[in-house]
Design a protein around this ligand. Structure first.
Ligand code: UT7
Length: 342
């Protein structure tokens, strides 16, 4: 699916950003003490040196509220008409987590819903929020992507445990014009349910409910067929990215930074090579936070804004890929934004 996000005067424009990562830092050395792996393997095969994990009792909503509050401050306050929360790890199966987040932010009463698209969650959430604005349902939307992904991981699985981290990133979107900095460009979104088996948490849903006996096959945990996912990831992100550029009327040479879902430093390098882009065009924070799934792009956008590697006026290509399978891409010119502590 491809499309604009409304007429020229109905664009969703980013006007605030914030992020929050948990305080707890988990180093590669800590993981090596309990898994059959090595610091060299993790750094060489993923580019990850450390990640942040929630403490027991800390949940997705806690991260989402902190990131959301920082984004609201960054936007200078003002009315919010809807809250969209992209997450793979809602606080519970029912109800959605967004209404609680809205209430805790003092926004109770507004439309609030969760979006589930695993690592593509931010771009699907952006499309949902932009759709609210284009349809005249909202003037300003708070869109948060938050994950307590460590709560899905098998503590004995060396193929997933080192990769994922927890975090939340949020943006405020307002109605504006297509030619303004911050205007979300044409969006490319896709899925391939024939390959859903590549990334799963099988137990705990309607097909394999529990409580009941705790599964002894590990099906309550996140599973990923890494090598095949790697291949799909590079292929789908390069195709979606190329299509988003074409819809925006941009050439590759127009792109100042690619802000890609941080799955693996080698995925980013392979994507740069496939697109014919220099490596230094690829914004990166995976070494310090790991793969934070849906939260990956907005956390990276906020951190890169803070350290100056993404600046106002930079032309950005955003690209993501995740379970489902799902993928997405869009373009925008980065606006000037204030940053506030979460
Ligand atoms: O976020 C959604 C999108 N996600 C992605 O795009 C992730 C893409 N995939 C990946 O990032 C990589 O495939 C992984 C990091 C998950 C795995 O790296 P890889 O280079 O593809 O390794 P592999 O799965 O091909 O495994 C190579 C070897 C295997 O051993 P054998 O069968 O060759 O003896 C694994 O058992 O590495 C072994 N291995 C490990 N060894 C030490 C797997 N994990 C580890 C580990 N430490 N932590």
């Amino acid at each position: 699916m491809t499309g604009g996000t409304g007429g020229a005067a109905d664009r969703a424009v980013i006007c605030g950003i914030g992020y929050r990562v948990p305080d707890r830092i988990v180093t590669n050395a800590e993981l090596c003490a309990r898994l059959d792996t090595s610091e060299d393997w993790i750094v060489a095969r993923t580019g990850i040196s450390r990640r942040r994990w929630v403490e027991p009792g800390e949940a997705t909503s806690d991260l989402a509220v902190r990131a959301g509050r920082a984004a609201l401050k960054s936007a200078g306050g003002g009315q919010i008409d809807a809250v969209v929360l992209a997450t793979t790890t809602p606080d519970q199966r029912c109800p959605a987590t967004a209404p609680e987040v809205a209430s805790r932010l003092g926004l109770g009463g507004v439309a609030a819903l969760d979006v589930s698209a695993v690592c593509t969650g931010f771009l699907y959430g952006l499309a949902t929020a932009a759709g609210f604005i284009a349809a005249g349902l909202a003037e300003r939307v708070l869109m948060i992507a938050a994950e307590a992904f460590s709560t899905l991981l098998d503590p004995d699985d060396r193929t997933t445990l080192p990769i994922f981290g927890d975090g939340a990133g949020a943006v405020v979107l307002r109605r504006g014009r297509a030619d303004e900095p911050g205007a979300v460009g044409p969006l490319v979104l896709g899925s391939d349910g024939d390959r859903s088996e590549l990334i799963t948490v099988k137990a705990g849903g309607a097909r394999q409910p529990f409580p009941g006996p705790i599964p002894d096959d590990g099906s309550q945990y996140f599973k990923m067929r890494g090598r095949e996912v790697f291949r799909q990831s590079v292929e789908r992100m390069s195709a979606a990215g190329t299509e988003a550029l074409s819809l925006a009327g941009w050439q590759l040479g127009d792109v100042d930074r690619v802000v890609t879902h941080q799955a693996n430093a080698r995925v980013s390098a392979a994507l740069a090579e496939r697109l014919g882009l220099r490596r230094d065009v690829m914004a990166q924070n995976i070494a310090d936070v790991g793969n934070t799934a849906a939260a990956s792009i907005p956390v990276l956008l906020a951190q890169a804004t803070a350290d100056g590697s993404v600046e106002a006026g930079h032309r950005l290509l955003l690209v993501a890929f995740g379970g489902g399978l799902t993928w997405g891409a869009t373009t925008l010119t980065w606006p000037h934004l204030e940053l506030h502590d979460a």
